[in-house]
Design a binder for this molecule. Structure first.
Ligand code: GLC
Length: 541
């Protein structure tokens, strides 16, 4: 399976397109928009979960892996979507949430009813009401353990308390999950995205963490590589495109996850570069992005994955992140320039680029100003935690305006009609007010739009093999404002230069002097790099 010359587009199903007016995006909505996606030139569509779910975490709390939640459609819709996508040369990647299930899943219900077999599917521990087995914290805030009085036991949930962690040390659990993969593969799916998959292998002994929240005990855990190899081999998915979402992972582990000799995954998402605006590593404390650090992290990961034969998924945005243009660019004066610059930065790196719905339009953070407008369980939990810790309501809201996952979950902005053309009903979450100017319809008409620029970038990958197959080296490493690199393959050279800032930067002698400019976000040529300027030069040796 070749994934190096491909581009993946992520669809957050709930916010993409509502076909039946109930305010929630659905599978038929995706079918309606397939021509738009084909015209963008992408190859794969990763769909976030649409399986049966109480939707406490928008579908990442799965109650049945093999059926479709009526809110999103039917199994016939899934089949039609796969077939219609295939007609347009698009492959589907489905999201597999295998670290945990919803507490509504039949397995968990049977566990609660006292069935020993199903209690072994999860991580239950004995303990009194006042003594959770460890002091580990949930990633959504509070304890990672929930007490079940009827059983006199606690169960582990690294996320919401309605998302119970599965026990991967139980071979029956591993067997069930392989069946899930076989089921979807047989439907014609071309790939999988594995949710927080590096958290599945828990330690043999559970102990308190006196240095952190517990993550060092279960992140890239003791049997992780063994379990991934077994899953890939037994479910026979080694020929499919697979991406693992790796929470707080390490570079060494990502090399192992993705080096083809290991027969684990095609590529990994890692997030270190998306924490450079966390003050002291805390997501809920604001600081401006540290651009030098951002550049260093991207550089180190690129070079090390190249040296050791690993492969990165390269991206800025997904449904858990604020919008990149608001975060690392400028969503006011230099909106268009900075969105195009950010796209240039990642698309030409060594790795498979991911475009998150609306990123190709330069969609911005929502900026919702009242707590009533937020929906995300993590945001609502941390809002309360921030107030309890002494922040004022205004301060806590400002943090959410910049950090909430809801910033990336507002409706796709299709056109300037009410609710951005997402729904004829009442949207489950409001779009930002700017949809009248930032929308697909307007950008399809404008030859200079961000959308057209993404199309060119996607096209360039098809025209220039150096992008998918070439080596990378970094240039101007000591200039923190500039992210620049050279891609090379045989006699082919491509130079990429990006000004990460809103002011002019002068570089002096540049190795691309006299070369042909093949792409850029300023029409004319200039010796100085203008605010957020991006340029791509084809070499001439
Ligand atoms: C991943 C998903 C996120 C979800 C979490 C728990 O990080 O991307 O949306 O809340 O896993 O499943």
């Amino acid at each position: 399976m070749d994934f190096k010359d491909k581009v993946v587009y992520q669809i957050y199903t709930k916010s993409f397109r509502d076909s039946n007016g109930d305010g929630l995006g659905d599978l038929r909505g995706v079918i309606e928009k397939l021509d738009y996606l084909r015209d963008l030139g992408v190859n794969y569509l990763w769909l976030t979960p649409f399986y049966k779910s109480p939707l406490n975490d928008n579908g990442y709390d799965i109650a049945d892996y093999l059926s479709v939640d009526p809110a999103f459609g039917t199994m016939e819709d899934v089949e039609e979507l796969i077939a219609e996508a295939e007609k347009r040369g698009l492959g589907l990647m489905f999201d597999m949430v295998f670290n945990h299930t919803s507490t509504e899943h039949a397995w968990f219900r049977q566990a609660l009813a006292g069935e020993k077999k199903y209690q072994d599917y999860y991580i239950f521990r004995e303990g009194g009401l006042d003594a959770p087995p460890t002091n580990w914290e949930s990633k959504f805030g509070g304890s990672a353990w929930e007490y079940v009085p009827e059983l006199g036991k606690w169960y582990l949930h690294l996320y919401d308390r309605t998302q119970a962690d599965l026990n991967w040390d139980n071979p029956e659990v591993r067997g069930e999950l392989k069946d899930v993969l076989r089921f979807w593969k047989a439907k014609g799916v071309k790939g999988f995205r594995f949710d927080v998959v590096n958290l599945i292998s828990k330690p043999a002994v559970f102990e308190d963490d006196h240095q952190g929240d517990g993550r060092r005990f279960y992140t890239d855990g003791p049997h992780i590589h063994e379990y991934l190899k077994e899953m890939v081999a037994d479910a026979d998915i080694g020929d499919m495109v697979t991406v693992g979402e790796m929470s707080s992972t390490s570079l060494d582990n990502c090399v192992r996850y993705t080096n083809p000799a290991e027969k684990e995954l095609s590529m990994t998402f890692s997030f270190h570069h998306l924490k450079v605006d966390y003050k002291d590593g805390n997501k809920w404390e604001l600081q401006p992005p540290d651009l030098g650090r951002l550049k260093d992290l991207l550089t180190t990961w690129q070079l090390e994955m190249q040296r050791a034969g690993g492969w990165n998924a390269v991206f800025w945005c997904n449904h858990d992140q604020p919008r990149a243009v608001s975060r690392f660019g400028d969503d006011g004066k230099y909106w268009k320039q900075s969105a195009k610059m950010l796209a240039t930065c990642v698309h030409l790196l060594r790795g498979t680029p991911y475009v998150y719905q609306g990123e190709e339009l330069g969609m911005t953070n929502a900026g919702h100003a009242s707590i009533e407008q937020y929906r995300d369980v993590e945001s609502l939990n941390y809002y309360r935690i921030m107030l309890e810790a002494g922040k004022t309501e205004a301060e806590a809201l400002e943090v959410l305006r910049q950090r909430s996952r809801d910033n990336g979950r507002t409706p796709m902005q299709w056109d300037g009609s009410p609710n951005a053309g997402f729904t004829d009903g009442t949207p489950w979450i409001l779009p930002p007010e700017n949809y009248q100017t930032i929308n697909a319809e307007a950008e399809l008409r404008d030859p200079d739009s961000i959308l057209q620029y993404y199309k060119r970038l996607v096209q360039l990958r098809k025209e220039e093999p150096v992008i998918a197959a070439g080596q990378i080296e970094f240039l101007f490493r000591d200039v923190p404002e500039v992210f620049s690199y050279r891609r090379f393959l045989g006699t082919q050279d491509l130079f990429v230069v990006n000004n990460l800032t809103g002011h002019e930067v002068t570089l002096g002698d540049v190795p691309w002097a006299g070369c042909e400019k093949v792409l850029g976000n300023y029409a004319d040529a200039s010796k100085v790099l203008r605010p957020y300027e991006a340029a791509v030069y084809k070499a001439c040796r």
